[in-house]
Design a protein around this ligand. Structure first.
Ligand code: IYR
Length: 254
């Protein structure tokens, strides 16, 4: 319909070529079963005092989260990473399409290859592609194109956005709101990493997507959006003394 076509166009950026799904021959077989059952929700009503305590505890926990670029090579059990990724996978997604692939890198050989790709591109980013305003804005944060965390961290989690999926009959499955779905899942991932007691920095490797995608043999329907090095902070780890906006500056009430 016109409505669907309109919506779809707002969902795919012109640069995401692979997101262009032909609608000349729309495949109308639904991705979810037509007879999908609706079952009773398992829930309990939590008393107000407990709601307040729970929400305050979670805020206090999350307020201790910091982006950390100086990570230690101290080992982390693989099971923790599985739990973190499983948590990210509980995120809501457009039409329950779950448009994400989390590539977990543990092999030093692979980490070194990824680091070489990223540092190569980042040097050009910092020296040429990023504006003077951008690099000036970043100066106080002391970020560089040299990124030891890419080989120090016990794990790298690379998050790929599936611009479309494949149905059992081989036809393309539309991934509605895949950008938003992926971002929510990454929020869950960050919370899960922090809750476990680990640290990371949110990175979006500029211009590295295609090389890393081919290094990892990911299909052209996937686009690299985020890379998270995950581990413990280094012993001498420093973080910038940043402060968060108070509630009065981030919320308006009506
Ligand atoms: N991607 C580069 C630059 C960078 C950009 C922003 I915006 C940051 O908040 C931090 C870094 C890098 O990772 O160094």
């Amino acid at each position: 319909s016109t409505v669907c076509r309109g919506n779809y166009n707002t969902l795919s950026k012109k640069t995401d070529e692979a997101a262009e799904v032909s609608e000349d021959h729309p495949d109308l077989s639904p991705a979810l079963p037509t007879n999908l059952q609706h079952i009773p929700l398992q829930f309990e009503v939590v008393p107000s005092q407990v709601l307040i305590k729970n929400s305050e505890n979670f805020y206090k926990l999350m307020n201790k989260r910091r982006s950390v670029r100086n990570l230690s090579s101290r080992p982390v059990p693989k099971e923790v990473i599985y739990n973190i990724v499983k948590t990210a996978g509980t995120s809501p997604s457009g039409a329950h399409t779950e448009p994400w692939t989390f590539a977990v890198i543990e092999s030093m050989d692979m980490k070194e290859k990824i680091r070489a790709i990223i540092e190569g591109e980042e040097e050009t980013n910092y020296k040429q592609r990023m504006s003077k305003t951008w690099t000036t804005d970043l100066k106080p944060l002391k970020t560089y194109w040299i990124k030891p965390y890419l080989t120090k961290a016990p794990y790298l989690i690379l998050v790929f956005k599936q611009m479309y999926g494949v149905k059992s009959d081989g036809s393309k499955k539309l991934h509605y709101y895949n950008e938003q779905s992926l971002s929510i899942a990454v929020g869950f991932l960050l919370a899960a990493i922090h809750n476990a007691g680990l640290y990371t920095v949110t990175t979006t490797p500029l211009n590295c997507g295609p090389s890393i995608r081919s290094l990892l043999n990911r299909p052209s329907s996937e686009k690299l959006v985020f890379l998270f090095p995950v581990g413990f902070p280094a012993d001498n780890c420093l973080v910038p003394d940043l402060h968060r906006k108070p509630l009065s500056e981030i919320m308006v009430e009506y």
